[in-house]
Design a binder for this molecule. Structure first.
Ligand SMILES: Cc1cc2nc3c(=O)[nH]c(=O)nc-3n(C[C@H](O)[C@H](O)[C@H](O)COP(=O)(O)OP(=O)(O)OC[C@H]3O[C@@H](n4cnc5c(N)ncnc54)[C@H](O)[C@@H]3O)c2cc1C
Length: 407
């Protein structure tokens, strides 16, 4: 049994590991080190209700401060782990403090991918990952101001929807041929492009940012120029071009890393005393038979739990089916499973009804589903995908037939 566990990173995965460890009887020393000044908080509202100003900061916190006191958890906030000494089994913090461990959990999350274009560091240009980022963006999101978003992924589109509802002029530049192209099929992308257009968001695909220009007087960003010759005026710019895993500690410590910290089916790293969970981890997924690095609350929650159970001595595989959600306007998109490598898409219901699903199949097997305002489908899909079923395609295309009856 371990006596002292240190968790590097203070986000969703960290708090879940803490919660499970204490709930399941871990009585040893438990320490969390988080570089942000906040206790672990939920990030999803940062592009939604918190950005809109309709959710207070305190409501973001996953657990109140009392929880950590009650569960005897030492939290070093505003402190960064700078070094992992695996042979000595200790970590060093940026203030010089050394924390010994029997087991270390890396839960360091991910960081926004930086845009490598001249002018990307100008005042008025933002990334969105933290409360501090959201506060800065919100302060500049005044009605009538022109917001230019670089990147038509979830975060870009969620910010677009929120800002549009706050009365801003919003343009989204996407270099691919369609929005959310990394995660959804063309039909779902087209639907979202039409919905954003209907709400007055200007989406421009096939636009690759070349440079950002500043105002000669104020120095603030003034316009975004593209390789294709476009020039888009902007009062504020938000860049959402993906994230990179925060795996630098693991790399420096010589742990195996490949698009994140490589973990086995039990969330263990190449060092038996070190586990990794959440956005920073590339885990061996039993459902899909390969390594996956996922960026979702569900994944951080489930892996935080799995790590804790393994630390408690119960060998527990991480075998949960991934899911993810995105809220834009009044649309709730829920993605269950991983569509990667699909060869067929079947739509259930018409996009015009604003309630439909896209079912992804590979060699006849249902591997993922995107449901838009269609909660019944996504609930049923979880069981079917996990069971590797091969649905009847005609039945699948008929929304009058319940998803569970398509097999
Ligand atoms: C704006 C936004 C909207 C999102 N919306 C959704 C959504 O709708 N649905 C969904 O499922 N997911 C959403 N996500 C993704 C989800 O929030 C993440 O997948 C989840 O937070 C990952 O949890 P984590 O614990 O792995 O990392 P994080 O929550 O990022 O926590 C990691 C923490 O570790 C800290 N850290 C890093 N390195 C160190 C170090 N060396 N020392 C100390 N601390 C360190 C980081 O600063 C950070 O605070 C959203 C993310 C963002 C940014």
């Amino acid at each position: 049994m371990y006596e002292q566990i240190v968790i590097a990173g203070g986000g969703q995965a960290a708090v879940q590991a803490v919660d499970t460890l204490r709930r399941k009887g871990f009585t040893g020393k438990l320490t969390v080190v988080g570089e942000e000044p906040w206790l672990p908080y939920q990030r999803p509202p940062l592009s939604k209700k918190y950005l809109a100003g309709t959710l207070e900061r305190e409501r973001l916190m996953i657990r109140p401060a009392q929880f950590y006191a009650d569960h005897n958890v030492q939290a070093h906030l505003g402190r960064r782990v700078t070094d992992v000494a695996r042979r000595e089994r200790h970590v060093r913090l940026d203030d010089g403090l050394v924390l010994p461990y029997d087991a270390l959990v890396l839960a360091t999350g991910s960081r926004p991918r930086r845009l490598l274009a001249p002018g990307a560091e100008l005042p008025g240009v933002h990334y969105l990952r933290t409360i501090a980022d959201a506060d800065r963006i919100r302060a500049e999101c005044t009605p009538g101001a022109r917001l230019l978003i670089i990147g038509g992924g979830y975060i870009g589109l969620e910010v677009a929807a929120t800002a549009r509802e706050r009365g801003m002029g919003v343009t989204v530049l996407e270099m691919a041929e369609r929005v959310m192209n990394r995660v959804t099929c063309p039909q779902v992308s087209s639907f979202y492009e039409a919905e954003h257009a209907r709400h007055g968001v200007h989406i421009r695909c096939h636009e690759t940012v070349r440079a950002l220009h500043g105002d000669g007087h104020t120095g603030r960003v003034r316009a975004v120029l593209t390789e294709q010759g476009g020039e888009y005026p902007a009062d504020i710019v938000v860049i959402g071009v993906g994230v990179v895993p925060a795996d630098e500690l693991a790399r420096a410590a010589g742990l195996e890393c490949e698009n994140g910290v490589v973990t086995n089916g039990h969330c263990g790293t190449s060092d038996p005393a070190v586990y990794a969970a959440g956005d920073c981890a590339s885990h061996l997924n039993r459902q899909y038979g390969r390594h996956l690095r996922l960026e979702s609350v569900d994944n951080a929650f489930e892996q935080g739990t799995t790590v804790a159970l393994n630390l408690l001595g119960t060998p527990t595989p991480h075998d949960k089916l991934p899911w993810f959600w995105s809220d834009q306007f009044d649309l709730k998109l829920i993605i269950v499973g991983v569509a990667h490598g699909y060869d067929t898409v079947i739509l259930r219901g018409a996009p015009a009804t604003r309630s439909f699903s896209a079912c992804y199949l590979r060699n006849g097997e249902l591997v993922a589903i995107d449901s838009i305002n269609a909660p019944k489908d996504q609930m049923a899909a979880r069981k079917l995908i996990a069971a590797h079923v091969r649905p009847n395609l005609d039945k699948l295309a008929d929304p009058a037939i319940a998803l569970r009856d398509t097999v």
